[in-house]
Ligand binder design. Structure first.
Ligand SMILES: N=CN[C@@H](CCC(=O)O)C(=O)O
Ligand SMILES: [Zn+2]
Length: 412
C-alpha cells in the first residue's frame, strides 16, 4: 500500500541519514523541505523531496496537504499511563495549601494510587488505560514509554506490566515498558527499606525478566523515597537481566542520582527540576539523555528544568509528559512543547527536536522513530493549515492536528 502526500507546505525534521540524538548547538537546527512530497509504503517512509522534482509515482492514494505541515509524531519517553481511578482530592488539597510532600507523608501520593490499583482487576485497569492511550494517540503521540510502579507488590506490578503488554499487542503505537517497583516504599515495609530492595532485586526483576515484561528499570531516587545506594543496586540488577535504567532524579533535591545514572550507563535521567553545576558537568560526554517534564512543573508549581543551562553546556535534552495521576494528569505533548518554549526558554526548533529525535533516543528507538528519514516508521502528524511550525508552540492550548498517521495509516 503506497500513500503519496503532495504540496506539503513544510516537511519538518527531515534527516537524510539516521541520527541518534542532537546536543547543544545542534538542537537549534530543524531541517525541513518547503513545498514537499512524501511517499509512505506500508508502515514505512519510502521517499520524499520537493514538488518541483516529484517523480511519476503510482500510489494507492494521494493526499493534498496544501497549507499544512508534516512532522514526525511526538515521542513520549516518560509516562505512568497505567493507573486506577484518579487523585483529584489531592489536587484540591494542594489548592488548599498542602504540598506534594505533605500529602505523601499523610498516606496520599503514590501509595494511595497503589492501594487503588491493587483493588482493581486487570481487565478494568486495561480499559482505563486504553482510554488514555487512545487520547494521547489523537494528540499526536506515536511512541510511548509506560512505567509500572503503582503496584508495589509482585502481583500488582505484574498486573500493570501485563496491561502494558496487551496494549503493545493491540495498538499500532510503539510502546516500551519500564519496571518501577522502587516508586515508593509500601506501607508493609515501613522501616525495612533494604528488605524491599532485596525483594525488587531478588524476586521481582528476575520474574519480570523471565516473563519478558519490561524493557527498562526505573527508581524514584529522591529524599524520602529511594537513596542513591538503592538506585545503584537496582540498576545493577537490571543490567544483569539486560534491562537498562531510566531513572527519576533531581525532582525536589540533588542527591547524586545523576552521577549514579551516568556511571551505570542509564539511558535517561528524568525530571531534573533541581540541578547543580556538578550535575550538568557529570552529564557531559555521557550517553545518558537528560529528560525534562514541564507539565509536571506546571501542575505542581515546582521549578522548571533549566533547559538553557543544559543545552548551552552542549548537552542534549528530551521532553516528555510524565502522564500520571499525582503530579501530571495530562499526556499532551503539544502542551509540553509549548511549555518548553514559554517557560524553559527553548526555541521552537529545540523543543521540536527534544520531543521527536531526542525523545526517541530516550526510549531507545531513534533508529526507527523521531525523524523523517527513509526506512523509518511512517508515524506522522499532519497539521491543519497553519502559518508556520512556530505556530504550534506559540498558539498553545489549541489543537492544530488534522490527521495522525501511525505505521502509515490514518488513525483519526
Ligand atoms: N516522582 C515520581 N513519580 C511520578 C509521580 C507519581 C505520583 O505522584 O503518583 C512523577 O514522575 O512525577
Ligand atoms: Zn515519572
Amino acid at each position: 500500500m503506497k500513500t503519496l502526500i503532495t504540496n506539503i507546505k513544510e516537511l519538518l525534521q527531515v534527516r537524510d541519514t539516521s541520527i541518534d540524538k542532537l546536543q547543544g548547538e545542534e538542537m537549534k537546527d530543524l531541517p525541513s523541505i518547503r513545498n514537499a512530497w512524501l511517499l509512505l509504503h506500508d508502515d514505512l517512509i519510502e521517499d520524499f523531496g520537493t514538488m518541483d522534482s516529484l517523480p511519476a509515482i503510482k500510489a494507492d492514494s494521494t493526499i493534498d496537504a496544501t497549507g499544512k505541515i508534516i512532522l514526525p509524531s511526538w515521542v513520549d519517553s516518560h509516562t505512568h499511563l497505567v493507573y486506577a481511578g484518579n487523585r483529584e482530592q489531592e489536587f484540591v488539597d494542594r489548592i488548599h495549601g498542602l504540598t506534594y510532600e505533605e500529602i505523601a507523608n499523610k498516606g496520599g501520593g503514590i501509595v494511595n494510587s497503589a492501594q487503588k490499583l491493587q483493588e482493581t482487576d486487570e481487565e478494568s485497569l486495561y480499559q482505563q488505560t486504553l482510554t488514555r492511550l487512545k487520547e494521547v494517540m489523537q494528540l499526536g503521540t506515536g511512541a510511548i514509554e509506560i512505567k509500572s510502579g503503582y503496584g508495589l507488590t509482585l502481583d500488582a506490578e505484574l498486573k500493570m506490566l501485563r496491561v502494558i503488554k496487551r496494549l503493545k499487542e493491540n495498538f499500532p503505537i510503539r510502546i516500551k515498558a519500564t519496571f518501577l517497583g522502587a516508586h515508593a516504599l509500601p506501607k508493609e515495609y515501613k522501616d525495612r527499606r533494604a528488605e524491599y530492595i532485596d525483594e525488587i532485586v531478588n524476586v521481582m526483576i528476575p520474574k519480570i525478566a523471565e516473563e519478558q515484561l519490561a524493557d527498562y528499570v526505573d527508581v524514584f531516587c529522591e529524599k524520602g523515597y529511594f537513596t542513591v545506594e538503592d538506585t545503584v543496586r537496582i540498576m545493577a540488577a537490571g543490567k544483569k537481566y539486560n534491562l537498562p535504567a531510566k531513572i527519576h532524579v533531581n525532582q525536589f533535591n540533588s542527591i547524586g542520582g545523576i552521577k549514579a545514572g551516568v556511571e551505570n550507563s542509564a539511558l535517561s535521567v528524568d525530571h531534573l527540576e533541581v540541578m547543580t553545576l556538578e550535575d550538568i558537568e557529570v552529564l557531559k560526554d555521557s550517553d545518558t539523555m537528560p529528560v525534562a517534564l514541564p507539565s509536571c512543573s506546571l501542575f505542581l508549581s515546582i521549578p522548571y528544568t533549566p533547559a538553557r543551562d543544559i543545552i548551552d553546556a552542549g548537552l542534549p535534552l528530551a521532553l516528555a509528559t510524565d502522564y500520571n495521576p499525582g503530579s501530571t494528569p495530562s499526556g499532551n505533548m503539544n502542551l509540553v512543547v509549548s511549555l518548553a518554549c514559554i517557560k524553559m526558554g527553548m526555541t521552537p526548533e529545540e523543543a521540536i527536536n527534544a520531543a521527536t529525535i531526542n525523545a526517541a533516543y530516550a526510549m531507545g528507538i531513534s533508529k526507527t522513530h523521531g525523524s523523517i528519514t527513509k526506512g523509518k516508521k511512517a508515524n506522522l502528524i499532519l497539521t491543519k493549515p497553519i502559518p508556520s511550525y512556530g505556530f504550534l508552540p506559540y498558539s498553545f492550548g489549541s489543537n492544530h492536528i488534522e490527521t495522525i498517521f501511525l505505521e502509515g495509516k490514518p488513525i483519526n
